[in-house]
Design a protein around this ligand. Structure first.
Ligand code: GRG
Length: 305
């Protein structure tokens, strides 16, 4: 199967799992559940689930355990977008090609949609262990911890706090990198980590699998997480809103420090290319089992939206 077919299959698989995990709009409170489904279903590139499945394939994970992790990272991501779009944060009206959740459902509902999606993410992560693999239930602990750290104040939410405090300020390169490693990178990184941990949970006898896999995958994930953000900054300048499905040019409009504003466009592109090459290098010790990860890295760096 070529990468395009595989990615479409995994995105489809994620969509079906999310559809199952999200309460129906007919379940009380209907408006909240409709808002959650509106925020999550039928949109987005599903990059984080693709990383989960690709890392899981590399680590020999049971696909049934990967489904929960794929849903979990996408649910946290969707919650972060809903909250990020609120008037008190980015105040955006367009996301994934449609009105943002607070525009469609009101601000208070949008807050609750985000809150509930975050809680649902942890339920989605744990549930397959309880249902499909009850004997392995104790092994979900490290995955819960990793996701909590990535989403919380030392990860994504912390990065967002630094970002909000940096508007109109000049950040040096190190601070900009730290901010992005937390805000965007942590969730991409944990997507790879959850795939690896699902592999360990599925076959602990093979723990460590090929030696050094844990560290190499983490280095790869950090590099690709940063590359994702550099490309995001480039696209914010070069792509239009219709292509992005969100408002283009926001960073400059809001005076946000970005890789493009700090380095200039040419050097930002060079940095993305360098990080891409380094990410491939980090997987050099692995054989064809890491091919899907290599291909997701290519998708992240070469994407147009
Ligand atoms: C509100 C706690 C909290 C955190 C918000 C992720 C985030 C933190 C804010 C989003 C702002 C933003 C545009 C960040 C740049 C990188 C990014 C996360 C882009 C959107 O992710 P994609 O491109 O989106 O994967 P899709 O829609 O394809 O899933």
């Amino acid at each position: 199967m070529n990468f395009k077919e595989w990615a479409a299959l995994m995105a489809d698989r994620t969509e079906h799992c999310l559809e199952r995990v999200l309460p129906a709009g007919s379940v009380l409170p209907g408006r909240l559940h409709e808002g959650m489904r509106y925020a999550v279903l039928g949109g987005g590139k599903r990059v984080r689930p693709l990383l989960v499945y690709a890392a899981g394939e590399c680590a020999g994970a049971d696909p049934a355990l990967l489904d929960g992790a794929a849903c979990a990272v996408e649910l946290i991501h969707a919650y972060s977008l809903v909250h990020d779009d609120l008037p008190c944060m980015d105040n955006d009206v367009l996301r994934r090609g449609k009105p943002t959740v607070h525009v469609a459902f009101g601000e208070a509902n949008a807050m609750l949609v985000g809150d509930a999606l975050q809680a649902l993410a942890f339920r989605a992560l744990v549930e397959p262990f309880r249902q499909a693999q009850p004997a392995l239930a104790a092994r979900v602990g490290p995955m819960v911890l990793a996701l909590a750290d990535a989403a919380g104040s030392t990860g994504m939410a912390g990065g967002q706090a630094i970002d909000l405090g940096a508007v109109g300020q000049v950040l040096d390169a190190a601070s900009l990198q730290t901010m992005h490693e937390m805000k965007t990178g942590a969730m991409l990184r944990v997507s790879v980590r959850l795939g690896f941990l699902a592999g360990q949970a599925s076959a602990p006898a093979a723990a460590g699998l090929e030696s050094g896999m844990d560290a190499a995958l983490d280095t790869f994930a950090r590099q690709i997480g940063l590359a994702f953000q550099v490309v995001d900054d480039i696209l914010d300048v070069e792509a239009d809103s219709a292509t992005l499905g969100k408002t283009a040019g926001k960073d400059q409009e809001q005076g946000k420090p970005t890789y493009v504003s700090m380095l200039g466009m040419a050097q930002a592109k060079e940095l993305a290319t360098r990080l891409h090459a380094q990410a491939h290098q980090s997987l050099a010790a692995f054989g064809a089992g890491a091919d899907r990860l290599r291909q997701v890295a290519d998708l992240i760096v070469l994407r147009k939206s």
